[in-house]
Design a protein around this ligand. Structure first.
Ligand code: NAD
Length: 290
């Protein structure tokens, strides 16, 4: 029996390669992007003219759009779509806990199930199908989605059952990642000003207790090389850190470190709009010695 087609909305840096991997896995994929679908669609995917048109063609729609506002706009389109066949929306976007809960409630009123399944691993993870997926929703739906997830990801987790649990996982991860990058920039700039060699600093830290994702990967591969091409923008970290901070404040969780980390990323983004996150090093180093 032929498999049902799957819908995919949002064909940007992440969504396009994710949809492409679904096509490669042999799935029948129908895609849509508000900025123009034909130029963004992976080869082999079918094209829909709108989210509403897609809703009349598929049971399940995956989203990978910039933020909560975009997910909400799509949810509104789905709710008002006539001839709707869609019964499940799987959101891979990073939108924060509150927006995920809102979209979940909004779609539930229309009889559409919404699960959050944000991703980590960057554009290279999306291209190589090695992403981590942080799903929250029922076990039943998780089992149904597993083959689709495994076509896009190397690590698939069911992190909880409540709407927003996947988002909580994602934003706490990005808080840690943003903190590691910012703290590593500060520590390396300090060492270099002391007269130490940057590569040597990283070699020592990477076999010592200060090792983290920035010292192990982003600094040796994106900063020492002078390429500053981690493929994630300061603006995205500003967004994700704000989502983390807002979610922490909303539940009264202690969050004394995130304001300082957010300030650094906001300053980089104001100084060099949409800078690659590897530029945090040149930014922190240039601020030194005032
Ligand atoms: P992007 O801006 O490159 O792509 C988003 C796409 O969504 C665009 O093509 C845009 O036209 C489309 N879009 C926006 N609103 C739409 C709507 N209402 N209907 C249809 N299409 C719409 O963003 P990205 O880098 O692909 O990131 C997508 C999501 O994944 C974000 O939430 C981001 O935080 C998250 N994310 C990104 C990375 C990364 O490294 N880029 C890593 C993990 C998670």
């Amino acid at each position: 029996m032929p498999q049902n087609a799957i819908g995919f909305v949002g064909l940007g840096n992440m969504g396009r390669p994710m949809a492409e991997n679904l096509v490669q896995s042999g799935q029948d994929i129908i895609v849509y992007d508000a900025a123009g679908t034909e130029t963004r669609a992976p080869q082999g995917a079918r094209i829909a003219d709108s989210t509403a048109a897609l809703a009349s063609m598929v049971d399940v729609i995956h989203l990978c759009v910039p933020d909560g506002r975009a997910s909400e706009a799509i949810a509104r389109d789905l709710r008002s779509a006539t001839d709707r066949q869609t019964r499940l929306v799987v959101d891979h976007s990073t939108i924060g806990t509150e927006a995920a809960q809102r979209v979940h409630g909004f779609l539930a009123d229309a009889g559409i199930e919404y699960v959050d399944a944000p991703v980590s691993g960057g554009v290279s993870g999306a291209v190589n199908a090695t992403l981590a997926i942080m799903y929250s929703g029922s076990e039943h739906t998780f089992d149904q989605l597993r083959p689709t997830f495994e076509a896009m990801a190397g690590n698939v987790f069911r992190v909880g059952g409540e709407p927003g649990h996947g988002q909580a996982m994602k934003v706490l991860n990005n808080f840690l990642s943003g903190t590691a990058m910012a703290a590593t920039a500060e520590a390396v700039a300090f060492g270099v000003r002391q007269g130490l060699d940057m590569k040597m600093i990283l070699d020592v830290v990477n076999v010592s207790s200060g090792r983290n994702t920035a010292t192990a990967d982003k600094f040796p591969n994106r900063v020492v090389t002078g390429t500053y091409d981690a493929g994630f923008s300061s603006a995205q970290f500003v967004k994700d850190l704000r989502l983390y901070h807002d979610a922490a404040r909303a539940i009264g969780a202690s969050c004394p470190i995130s304001p300082a980390v957010s300030d650094i990323w906001r300053s980089l983004d104001a100084n060099e709009p949409d800078a690659d996150i590897a530029r945090i090093y040149t930014f922190v180093h240039s601020e030194d010695g005032d």
